[in-house]
Structures are given as C-alpha cells and as structure tokens.
Design a protein around this ligand. Structure first.
Ligand code: PEP
Ligand code: MG
Length: 321
C-alpha cells in the first residue's frame, strides 16, 4: 500500500480511462512547500491568509504581506498558487482587531462581508497580492461569498488597486469560494464574473445542514458526504460548466478517499487538501475510471443520508486488490 503510494504520488492523478485531476495542497507558509511538493502537490489550491493576522499582535502592513506572498510564489517555482483573502469572523476571531461581538458570528460579518466594510484591511492585502502576482503565477480567491453583488464590488476594488499601482498589464485570475448554499445554487449567475470556483465543503456542510462545524455534540451530523451537500456540489459544477469555468474543492472532503472519488465523479477538476492526504488520494484516483466514479456519484445523489453514501464506498478498490 505504502509502496504504491510512494511510487504514484509524483505521477499525475490520471484515472484508468485517461482523465487527469489537478492535485494541490492547502499550505499557508512558504517553508511548508518543499514537503508538499515531495508528497505530490502540483501547486497550492488554498493559502489561508488568516494566519498572518492570527499569529501577530498587529495588522500586517502591505509590505509585510507582500514579502509573505512573494516567498510563496518563489517556493512554488512557477506552479499555481491560489491565495484566499482574509476570512475572519465565525470560528476565526482575531483579538487585536477588536471587532464587535455578534450573536451569531457564523451568520455575521465574516470573510468577504468584513473586507467589504473595511478598506483598511482589504486594500493593503489586495495591493500586496497584485504586486506579488508580478513575480509568478498567483490567483486571488474571495471567501464566504453569498451574493453576486459582493463579487462585483470586490472585483471593482481589485481593479481600482491595479489601476492605482499602474499594474493592469498582468491578468490575475480571480476565483471565489463556494461555501454558502446561495452561492452554489446561483453558480451559473456567479460564473461569468470569475475565472474559477473552489468549494469549501467545511462551511458548505455547516450552512447546508444547519450544524455548527465545531459543535461538540453535533460532530456526527456535520457530514460532508450528505447527499444535500453533494447536490450543491453538482449544482456548482453545472453552473460553472455553462460558462466554461473550472471547479476545485479545497474543503476537507477533497482529502477523504470516498469524498475525492465522488467529487471527481461529480465533475470537479482540482482537489486541494492537507499535505498528509496527497499520496493516498492520488493513488486512489489512479486505481479507478472516471466513468465508474461518475456512476458512483449519480447513485450518491439519490441517497437519503451520509450513512447510505458511505455504504457505496465499499465499491472503491483498495490498494491491495
Ligand atoms: C471550507 O470552509 O471548506 C474551507 C476550505 O475554508 P475554511 O475551512 O478555512 O473555513
Ligand atoms: Mg470556509
């Protein structure tokens, strides 16, 4: 099993019928990139920038952020990098920002909503990202999108920053996280505004099933394999395809064997996961045909709950077979 993984993790994740998925890692720091590449990552599909704020006692300035993003671009040596703008709020609280307490932080001023209220946070980050994008491939991704208008306004902000810096020559791909049911259901309306989607299955699960992702008593209910979540993934892919956009997944489901198999079957083209999951997921995809995974996904969409979906997992081949 381990030998198979080691042999295949540097090979592309090509299914037995010749379809290749892009496999990326969720990495926040440049010094973690060498290990991610060693484990088979082909790029970084999610760099969470909250850590820049969480591990300091101050808001990092434009130059400080630029240094961090540029180091990441360099470490990747030309491979793709997706940097997500600040996703503060909900479970990610930054004491030194002194944000007002909220009754329901997960349904409050979180992610893109906060950035749209706070130019002092958004603009230095966008300036740093636009400058870092001059040094190598870098895509910008906005979290917690729930309306089309948010995307329009964030893109207008980005365009203003590019103009102000005189850096309009480099086209920077822009994507959004799909992690709220409204965004998944409106994927066909959102797609014309962006270059790609990345599905955040952690939040999409909590918002679809109305289960706090950290609730100690409800952990078993926060099931990303629930058909209600999988149907929203299917909606997202359908909406994106209508406009020729690609869809990735950077939530935890991408790093679970059955999850990755179903996501591939639903038409997702990129999977971004924790470094430790890369080898097993690549090996699994290389053991199956896409047609077979599509069939599995079709069946999963017609189940009652995550338990029934999990039972389908018995049809996946293990390395020993
Ligand atoms: C997600 O919600 O699935 C996701 C990738 O974002 P985070 O876990 O950082 O909220
Ligand atoms: Mg999220």
């Amino acid at each position: 099993h381990q030998a198979e993984e080691a042999a295949s993790r540097l090979q592309p994740a090509t299914t037995t019928d010749g379809h290749t998925l892009e496999i990326a890692a969720n990495v926040n720091r440049a010094d973690q990139v060498p290990r991610a590449l060693e484990q088979g990552a082909e790029g970084v599909g999610l760099m969470r920038t909250e850590f820049l704020f969480l591990e300091r006692d101050h808001v990092p300035g434009e130059d400080e952020q630029f240094g961090v993003y540029q180091a990441m671009v360099q470490a990747l040596g030309g491979r793709p990098l997706i940097v997500r703008t600040l996703d503060i709020g909900g479970d990610k609280q930054v004491p030194h920002l002194n944000l007002p307490a909220e009754e329901n932080p997960f349904l409050g001023v979180r992610g893109a909503r906060l950035c749209l209220q706070r130019d002092d946070l958004l603009l230095p980050q966008l300036r740093a990202l636009v400058r870092a994008a001059q040094t190598g491939p870098l895509s910008i991704m906005f979290p917690m999108i729930s309306t089309v208008d948010e995307v329009r306004r964030l893109k207008a902000r980005l365009a203003e920053v590019q103009r102000a810096l005189g850096l309009t020559g480099t086209a920077i791909p822009v994507g959004i996280m799909i992690e709220v049911p409204s965004a998944a259901r409106l994927a066909d309306r959102l797609a014309p505004h962006v270059d790609f989607f990345s599905i955040g299955t952690n939040d999409l699960t909590q918002y679809t099933l109305a289960v706090d992702r950290q609730h100690p008593q409800l952990a078993g209910m926060a099931d990303s394999l629930h058909p209600a979540v999988l149907r929203l993934v299917a909606d997202t892919v359908t909406g994106a395809r209508r406009h020729g956009r690609w869809v990735g997944v950077c939530g935890g489901l991408a790093g679970e064997p059955l999850g990755a198999a179903l996501l591939a079957g639903l038409g997702v083209q990129e999977l971004s996961m924790s470094v430790g999951d890369l080898g097993a997921i690549k090996a699994l995809l290389r053991r199956h045909g896409l047609a077979e995974l599509q069939d599995l996904a079709r069946q999963a969409l017609d189940m009652d709950d995550g338990e029934q979906v999990r039972a389908l997992g018995a049809r996946l081949r293990s390395a020993a077979e």
